[in-house]
Write a new protein. Structure first.
Length: 179
């Protein structure tokens, strides 16, 4: 079996494909090195790969770092990276969900501060677990603070309240036509 044979007896793998796969393994190694230690420990990695990642983090010289990532890529060649890719994809999906929740709460905060009590209607209709009085008070105080060029303490409290509501159950979609 030569280096271009994929072992299955099918047509041989091209040299370009082998280079793309090697580059993908090196990129995975770089991504692993960029992860925080706590996340790295949760991934299904062999001890020798963990050691190589930690060593790559400690290297300062660019040439040596490039060489170490090449070594890390060759170590990853002998490991099924599907489990690692799945774990990283799940982590990315969680981060995207958190970001979406954050943006949803920001959008609602901005709409409530811009629209006042009139913008509260759709939120109060959709969510019955909202303390309407506290929400109205935060909106009024937030608008008052913005008009007086004061620090946005009430706007921050409003954001925290909306974020907590969204964590329990996602906020309804914001109707941008009325705002």
């Amino acid at each position: 079996m030569n280096e271009f044979d994929n072992g299955a007896g099918d047509e041989p793998v091209s040299k370009s494909q082998l280079k793309r796969e090697a580059r993908a393994r090196v990129d995975l190694g770089k991504r692993l090195a960029a992860l925080p230690e706590g996340v790295l420990n949760q991934l299904p990695l062999d001890d020798n790969i963990l050691e190589a990642v930690r060593f790559a983090r400690s290297i300062k010289a660019n040439v040596a770092k490039k060489r170490q990532f090449g070594h890390l890529g060759s170590l990853l060649q002998h490991v099924d990276t599907a489990a690692i890719d799945e774990a990283l994809a799940a982590r990315d999906a969680d981060a995207r969900q958190l970001t979406a929740r954050h943006h949803r709460a920001e959008a609602w905060r901005d709409a409530l501060l811009d629209g006042g009590d009139g913008a509260l209607g759709p939120l109060l209709d959709a969510r019955h677990d909202v303390d309407a009085q506290a929400l109205r008070q935060l909106v009024r105080n937030g608008r008052r603070e913005a008009a007086a060029n004061k620090p946005p303490a009430s706007a921050r409290k409003l954001f925290r309240m909306l974020r907590e509501l969204d964590e329990r159950e996602p906020l309804p979609p914001l109707d941008n036509t009325s705002a």
